[in-house]
Design a protein around this ligand. Structure first.
Ligand SMILES: Nc1ncnc2c1ncn2[C@@H]1O[C@H](COP(=O)(O)OP(=O)(O)OP(=O)(O)O)[C@@H](O)[C@H]1O
Length: 212
């Protein structure tokens, strides 16, 4: 069997469920363990952006051909431009001995589940729709309209996330401390097992500041 490095980690959950907050802690506590893949896009680079660093910039034709060849795990269209995560980009992170973290939506999860990447699938579950709304309002990033649409989508996502068999772990994000510990313990156990099986991955931990 070809060795690819550590299994990728898929994090899924409704907007506002706490994915970015939890991942930020994970990256801070394990500075050598995790990495993000570089996505592809058909939009033009903005000043200061570097090809292969911020995105892989490609033409629409090239991207469409690559999608047809099945090279992408997931794609999405925003304001007329195609964006996507290629399998190759994930493999590049794995080749550095890092866990490739993929923050993706339900449709993407279905695609990656059926790929040969063998990802660890984690769902971040908010305590309730009401609390999710409070947190999204607290973040102050949404208009009334986008809030409504996010909450509507969240209902379906919560159902999907809690369906037995859909995820390897469901983290209930009640308090940040408890949710983070659940996530960290699950991932540590998994990575220790992979290490025992001969996969190279660093589990070096650095102390987080009290007020992180
Ligand atoms: N356990 C918690 N208790 C209270 N507030 C929380 C908790 N977890 C996250 N939050 C807050 O909820 C808001 C949404 O969290 P975050 O931005 O991490 O969500 P997200 O899942 O990454 O959303 P998106 O998919 O829209 O990027 C943030 O303001 C965050 O500080």
């Amino acid at each position: 069997m070809v060795k690819h490095g550590p299994r990728p980690l898929v994090i899924c959950g409704p907007s506002g469920s706490g994915k970015s907050t939890l991942l930020k802690r994970l990256f801070a506590e394990y500075p050598e363990t995790f990495g993000f893949s570089v996505s592809h896009t058909t939009r033009k680079p903005r000043p200061g952006e570097q090809d292969g660093v911020h995105y892989n910039y490609v033409t629409k034709e090239a991207m469409e051909e690559a999608i047809k060849r099945g090279e992408f795990l997931e794609t999405a269209v925003f304001s007329g431009n195609i964006y996507g995560t290629s399998k190759h980009a994930v493999r590049q992170v794995q080749a550095q001995g890092k866990v490739c973290v993929l923050d993706i939506e339900m449709q993407g999860v279905e695609q990656i589940r059926n790929s040969d990447l063998n990802p660890i699938l984690v769902f971040i579950n908010p305590p309730s729709i009401e609390e999710l709304e409070r947190r999204l309002r607290g973040r102050a990033t949404e208009t009334d309209e986008s809030l409504k649409s996010r909450l509507e989508t969240a209902k379906h996502e919560i159902q999907y996330g809690n369906k037995p068999g859909n995820f390897h772990c469901v983290v209930h994000n009640e308090t940040l401390k408890q949710a983070y510990e659940e996530l960290r313990d699950f991932i540590e156990t998994e990575l220790k097992r992979e290490k025992q099986e001969g996969v190279t991955v660093s589990l070096k931990r650095v102390p987080l500041p009290e007020d992180f």
